[in-house]
Design a binder for this molecule. Structure first.
Ligand SMILES: [Zn+2]
Length: 204
């Protein structure tokens, strides 16, 4: 049974100019600056799905993300999975508050939401539909919030990279994985350019 029109859940976004959309979840945090440095070196644009509580702690990084020309959308206020067990009304408030919270920091109100862990249960689906909120997921991920991101994993993806891919990454990394993440990210950015795939932000 489908609770939600599929076209309102975005997983890919093919464009006229072949492009790939890197998205970074769970920030901002200090490490986000290293990700922004890498993007700047490659003249790449990306999208940050931020957690409201982190955004409040790092307003300077939010400003830099905007200044560098990337997109910012909501990934909830608290990344708390207990919200998935609440009523549709509570879920509606949870989603709306996170979008309003981000508006107070960025001055822009985007009815866009990426649910934590990409879970779209019936209350999330229905409340997003009722409130006209676009849900954005991805079509490729590396599970890099748990496991180390490696060149091997990037190479495997590159063999099938295509126009419209929305890639899930995390700018919140365990300290032990941070250096390999940056090396792998640099490789990904280099090789996508070599494949003539533009690094674009999600823009609505
Ligand atoms: Zn997340």
């Amino acid at each position: 049974m489908s609770f939600y029109p599929k076209e309102h859940i975005l997983r890919q976004m093919p464009s006229e100019v072949p492009s790939v959309y890197l998205t970074f979840d769970d920030g901002p945090c200090d490490f986000t600056n290293h990700v922004l440095d890498a993007l700047a070196r490659h003249n790449a644009k990306a999208t940050f799905f931020v957690i409201g509580q982190n955004a409040e702690k790092f307003p300077g990084i939010i400003s830099r993300i905007i200044h560098d020309g990337h997109s910012i959308f909501s990934h909830s206020i608290d990344h708390n999975y207990s919200n998935y067990f609440k009523s549709e009304d509570s879920v509606s408030i949870w989603i709306k508050k996170s979008i309003d919270n981000l508006e107070s920091l960025t001055g822009k109100n985007y009815p866009i939401f990426r649910p934590p862990a990409g879970i779209i249960n019936p209350p999330v689906a229905r409340s997003a539909k009722t409130n006209g909120v676009q849900l954005i997921l991805w079509n490729h991920r590396f599970f890099d919030s748990i496991f180390e991101l490696t060149i091997k994993k990037i190479s495997k993806y590159l063999s099938k990279a295509k126009n419209g891919d929305i890639i899930l990454l995390h700018d919140h990394q365990k300290i032990k994985n941070q250096s390999s993440f940056l090396i792998s990210l640099d490789y990904l950015l280099t090789e996508l350019k070599n494949k003539k795939l533009k690094l674009e932000k999600l823009n609505f």
